[in-house]
Design a binder for this molecule. Sequence first.
Ligand SMILES: Cc1cc2nc3c(=O)[nH]c(=O)nc-3n(C[C@H](O)[C@H](O)[C@H](O)COP(=O)(O)OP(=O)(O)OC[C@H]3O[C@@H](n4cnc5c(N)ncnc54)[C@H](O)[C@@H]3O)c2cc1C
Length: 492
Amino acid sequence: MKYMYDVLVIGGGAAGLTASGIAANFGAKTMMVEKEKLGGDCTWTGCVPSKTLIKAASVLHNAAESKKYGLDIDLGNVDTSKIMKHVDQVRREVYEDADKPEIFEAMGIDVEAGEASFVDIHRVKIVNGKGLEREITAKYIFICSGAKAFVPPIIGVDEVEILTNESMFEINKLPEKLVIVGAGPIGTEMAQSFNRLGSEVHVLDMAHRIQMNDDEELADMLLESLKKEGIHYNLGVGVDKLEKTEKGIRVYYKTGEVQSSIEANSVLMATGRRANISSLNLEAAGIKTWKGGIEVDDKCRTSVSNIYAIGDVTGRFQFTHMSEHMAKVAATNALIKVPMKIDVNHVPWVTYTEPELGHVGSTEKQLKERGVSFEVYRFPFSKIDRAITDGQTTGLIKVFAKKWNGKILGASILGAHAGEMISQYALAMKNGVTLRNFADTIHPYPSYGQGARRAADQWYIKNQSAGMVKWIQRIFGYSGDIPDYSDPNRIV
Ligand SMILES: Cc1cc2nc3c(=O)[nH]c(=O)nc-3n(C[C@H](O)[C@H](O)[C@H](O)COP(=O)(O)OP(=O)(O)OC[C@H]3O[C@@H](n4cnc5c(N)ncnc54)[C@H](O)[C@@H]3O)c2cc1C
């Protein structure tokens, strides 16, 4: 059969943009269809606006803390509409720089506006905003339709106006009192930002801790730090009803059998994300789904051999960098038949609070559950000179590695610039760089990277023993004291 395109990409977010670019680079005749705006969640309602808001809130917070640095800055007024205007300007900049159709058209990609749905395994119907319909055939189809905020079916949820990531960057007035339901990355980042901008923030979550996918010790440290900033946490509670009031919304929640409520001006639901699959007519092509999205194998292939799914729509690893990675995996397998698998062992992620919380590889909990033998190499930010000069000493580096050869199995970091530091560990793990190599590599002083090196020094320290030093003394004739090795967790 002759197809109109080699590749049809459905969705123009991080996954679709990357997949289209790679396909065009391989010389495939490519069409990308997007029903809203190229850029998707990351540019318009996710990473870019959230990180811009976090920065604005951080500037304000640091100015408010200026006395700590020997300064006394007058804060003036906070105008939410100006902040949101700035947020919008930044996302437009990102769009102009990396996402707009002209950039992709220049690569030879046909960019089509409209909503796509399957007719069969090679045929897709596209309906544009004016209701015009056309059918496209393609040899390969990449589904990159993303995900959107999941709002649980709580009583009264349809009668009140709640905020989600789609609406929270469009507000013009800061809510005096904000309830955030969900203490995962989005809820946690936004709790800190809105609190710093001046809202009274209350976070509710069913779980008894925040940041369920992160290291528990570090998440607890972050929680303490956020509480100190003034954010109120109510954990281990189930929100079961929302009710419209004169001031805003009353949120009802249960702790065991005890019912309580809290009234707020706004409620932000940060309760997870669900794949955008309802409009795709997947049944027409026989594409299987699993809990949370489209089922794919480790090459991003769906249950239909010429159709791949990439990014948030798969319900796995909902991060921009994973959309980009999966796009590479799918395009490489489909178009040049080079087998490449999703690298599930080295997936990094970061929550961009202050301090940041980052992770890569296996968690301490996973390693324990699997019965892996490993050591934890710890180094606190309070001993990193750069953190001291910056006044950012809250945090801890934890590296999980093999004792005998220093092979790194995972790393969790809470602290300033954890998001940058975690990349070092990702690169190290991917390329077999051990803690010994880390420790023997010169890192500039005073940098946060020195903290990573000193965490690696702990590998040498933990492998030393009084017996070993006695041998050195005997061989070289030294007569100093034997260091005290009685505390296995001492930090040197
Ligand atoms: C508040 C927030 C903060 C975040 N922060 C980070 C972060 O700091 N770091 C990080 O890595 N990730 C972050 N994420 C996650 C990140 O935004 C997503 O993982 C990423 O955008 C997923 O890209 P995607 O291409 O799979 O989906 P999307 O970006 O959602 O793109 C899908 C596109 O497909 C289009 N589409 C859907 N259905 C159809 C159809 N039938 N026809 C045509 N087009 C269709 C949609 O309009 C959309 O543009 C954040 C998310 C949120 C909500």
